[in-house]
Design a protein around this ligand. Structure first.
Ligand SMILES: C[S@@+](CC[C@H](N)C(=O)[O-])C[C@H]1O[C@@H](n2cnc3c(N)ncnc32)[C@H](O)[C@@H]1O
Length: 267
């Protein structure tokens, strides 16, 4: 499959060339293997197969996913979460705090938040419960998230005091396992962002490096609106540090100095 054929596939699926350009090599490899398994010699027969078989299409979409992530990705964001956003939410909402990590990959972002929450217990007595809904269309990534075992490369931005307090090493320092107590309060769910979000309101939504990067406008705009409908008044939306909102929303106000953090009006 050359770039021209890959672009045809992206077009068919509603994906963006700009989003896939840098990561395409690995993705093309997986798609070639899938074509071979289905006995497709060229892109035309492959697209025909995807059109006719729901299973083939779902598998193709799964193979198109890119799981690149790491703990505390975009370090400044996590500092602002720790110093301002989480203490603010804790202060305003006396009950349980609900968070949605949409397109969570293998849980790196989910456990980063759990670590901050746990660390806050030291300074905030009687901290309320935190419930995180962690969704992704690829169930293989979710299984990895549930297992909570990561290579050292995923931890390169983890501060040393967190590394020693929240992970233990496996197999001569090559793998790190998250502390079992951090696995509580997480609902892992296979879910496609284009088919609609989980049906409840969230105080904080992470929508980073997935919908807004990999999809064409015509697909991401309606899906984005549905995501925002799940954000509670005064709730926070965090997108990827290199991403932009797909259209202006008067109910989303930029928050603080980071261009990728927004607060919803109201409340
Ligand atoms: C590059 S990772 C980003 C992970 C994490 N949010 C971060 O920023 O580090 C993108 C993840 O989004 C998921 N994803 C992509 N499109 C999706 C969709 N339509 N519905 C649900 N998950 C999706 C992929 O499976 C992958 O796990």
């Amino acid at each position: 499959m050359d770039d021209q054929q890959f672009r045809q596939l992206l077009q068919y699926l509603g994906f963006s060339w700009r989003g896939y350009r840098k990561v395409r090599k690995g993705v093309i490899k997986r798609i070639r293997r899938h074509m071979h398994q289905l006995g497709c010699q060229n892109i035309a027969t492959y697209l025909y197969k995807l059109e006719k078989s729901h299973g083939a299409r779902a598998e193709c979409e799964r193979l198109m996913t890119v799981s690149i992530s790491r703990f505390f990705r975009d370090r400044k964001l996590w500092q602002i979460l720790q110093m301002e956003i989480l203490p603010g939410l804790i202060e305003t909402h006396r009950q349980k705090i609900f968070v949605w990590s949409a397109g969570c990959a293998s849980g790196e972002e989910v456990y980063s938040l759990k670590i901050l929450w746990d660390a806050l217990k030291e300074s905030i007595p009687h901290l309320q419960e935190l419930e995180i809904t962690a969704t992704d269309l690829n169930p293989v990534y979710l299984e990895r998230g549930m297992a909570g075992v990561y290579p050292s490369s995923s931890l390169k931005e983890v501060p040393e005091q967190f590394r020693s307090a929240y992970f233990h090493t496996k197999k001569s320092m090559e793998l790190y396992e998250i502390k079992p107590s951090l696995k509580k309060g997480i609902i892992w769910q296979t879910q496609h962002l284009l088919s609609g979000p989980p049906g409840s309101l969230f105080h904080l939504i992470f929508l980073r490096n997935n919908l807004l990067t990999y999809y064409q406008d015509g697909f991401k705009k309606p899906a984005f609106s549905k995501v925002i409908n799940q954000l509670s008044a005064s709730g926070f939306l965090i997108i990827g540090s290199h991403e932009r909102l797909p259209f202006e929303r008067t109910d989303l106000v930029p928050y603080g100095s980071l261009s990728y953090v927004f607060k919803k009006r109201g409340g």
